[in-house]
Design a protein around this ligand. Sequence first.
Ligand code: T3D
Length: 260
Amino acid sequence: MTGPVILEATRAGVRTLTLNRPDKLNAANDALLLALTDALRRADTDAQARVVVITGAGRGFCAGQDLGDVSGRDMTFTEHLNHTYNPLIRTIRTLSKPVISAVNGVAAGAGASLALAGDLRVWAQSASLIEVFSNIALVPDSGSTWFLPRLVGYHRAFELMALAERVRADDALRLGLCEQVFPDDTFQEAVQAYAERLAARPAHALNLTKQALVAGMTSTLDEALDQEAALQQLAGDHWEHEEGVTAFKEKRTPQFIRET
Ligand code: T3D
């Protein structure tokens, strides 16, 4: 395989990061995982990127760990996860911008975790997800044991993990594993249009909303109420709020994108 393992492109505020090992269904080696994490961190501080899309080249999204890249590794499993997958998932969850997992094809193993980790998940009609770990007698990782039961409940999650059943797009939508399913032949354009809608929204308020939701996943109601009150102050003091209220009064569409 030649060429960069992660392709980066920016259009209309949308930074698209494409996993680029199509011959292996974008199975993840260390170079890909570290490059993806770096690219996300760069997007976080780049004003040109208001939304980040993660997708795959070719017919796969990501087939999880590259199984050809494991033997002879000089790290334990724990060390490897802490070096590669865990920083990646943490970066997605703490990124100040919305991250869309655009699942163009099969997402397996840690690729399934990556598909679930986005703030929004959009799938192509032919995409699928497999918690494939038990096929090779491993434990689901990269956040799958955290994301999946919160979406489908403990028992369904256990069944999907224990039997490594393939979930197809219509079932994924029904189960809450994705927000949208787009036709295969117009997938990229549909993802771009969806991401551009998001890019036009108030970036500062969405950042605070993400922080509140992420914290809310593990907080009590009392903690969430306190968190909302604190973050609302930050939102209310920001120019975006003034623009939103002014636009409402003037009966026009608010303009949340400003040159910095
Ligand atoms: O730190 C650690 O190491 C622990 C972390 C673990 C995280 C994990 O993700 S563990 C899980 C690893 N992933 C897998 O076990 C998935 C293995 N792949 C599959 O089960 C199947 O390929 C799929 C269900 C994903 C897709 O099946 P299908 O029939 O559509 O495609 P295919 O023919 O199996 O694969 C196409 C090519 O991609 C093929 O190469 P070839 O024969 O054309 O040269 C296949 O070998 C390659 N490929 C697919 N998945 C991987 C892979 N090569 C390396 N590693 C893979 N994971």
